[in-house]
Design a binder for this molecule. Sequence first.
Ligand code: ACO
Length: 339
Amino acid sequence: METTPGMPSAGIWGVGRAVPARVLTNADLEAMVDTTDEWIRTRTGIERRHIAAPDEAASDLAYRASRQALENADVAAEEVDLVIVATVTPDMLFPATACLLADRLGANKPAAFDLEAGCTGFVYAITVAEKMVASGAYRRALVVGSEILTRITDWEDRATCVLFGDAAGAAVVGPCRAGTGILSHVLGSDGAGGDVLNMPAGGSRMGTSEETVRDRLHYIHMSGSDVFKFAVRAMGNSATESTQRAGLDRDDIDLYIPHQANHRIITASAKRLGLPLDRVVMNIQEYGNTSSASIPLALAEAWEDGRVAAGDNILLVGFGAGLTWGATVLRWLDDGDRR
Ligand code: ACO
């Protein structure tokens, strides 16, 4: 769906990020499972990942990223009337991590809920926030992707444990001048692929029991090659469609920020889109795959690095468990674009 010309819009006013202090390198992993630094780097592009402390939860990283985003947006926590946290690793199954976060930030009883769309969570969440703000129903939304994936990582499974890390990224969404902010989006899903990437136990299908723990069913299970093939196709299609819906051509895209799952997926999707690599943000080498945190983390880093300027067209593209996919094109705001 593209935003309707002349209708009020919503866009990102500020971004923030947080990562845990502890770093786990590929060399560390060599001592834990049968793998090598060379295999991990060439197959995934990952060199290290940041790992949460034992007492660090998704809401803790979300809090740090949110404080930074609010400061960069020059918005007070009391002004926030909508909080959406995208996560597959909430603090608890309930209450929602968004409620815990809103309380800790000192927001004034905002609407708050979690959203689960696998690694596409942030793209889904920012689209929902944009619609709720552009409608006029809400004024200041806080959208966060936060994950402690290492809590659901099977450290005995070399095929998955080398891939994941912990992080959070946050964005403040507010009203803006028509023709700026979020210009278009594409969201989709195919539940027939639900079994290629899941955490089998701990939900209502398979409650927690001694057997489920023994059988290691509370960890990420993944058919990597199936996800790989799906990812390249889904990213290419949704990115192209979203760019067209924004009324833009690939040459108009100043920055491409894909979900960071594998450097080969990122470069293959950029090639498919015809985008040169100097317009692609890639930080997987430092953080690994941080699921719904990866896109806002990369966006916040790109902004800090001065790679984002007012008027730039930025393409965010995600894919993940569900299977889900999503893309959005946004035009970065000038202070004068805010409404
Ligand atoms: N170290 C050494 N060897 C390994 C490792 C490892 N860490 N992991 C797997 N291997 C071996 C396999 O056993 C296999 O050996 P075999 O040929 O003797 O059987 C060989 O390497 C090749 O394995 P593949 O799985 O075919 O390797 P592939 O090139 O597909 O790379 C990878 C695997 C990196 C997982 C890739 O498929 C990928 O990135 N897929 C997408 C993953 C993804 O995006 N997931 C999103 C999940 S996020 C979420 O929603 C929580």
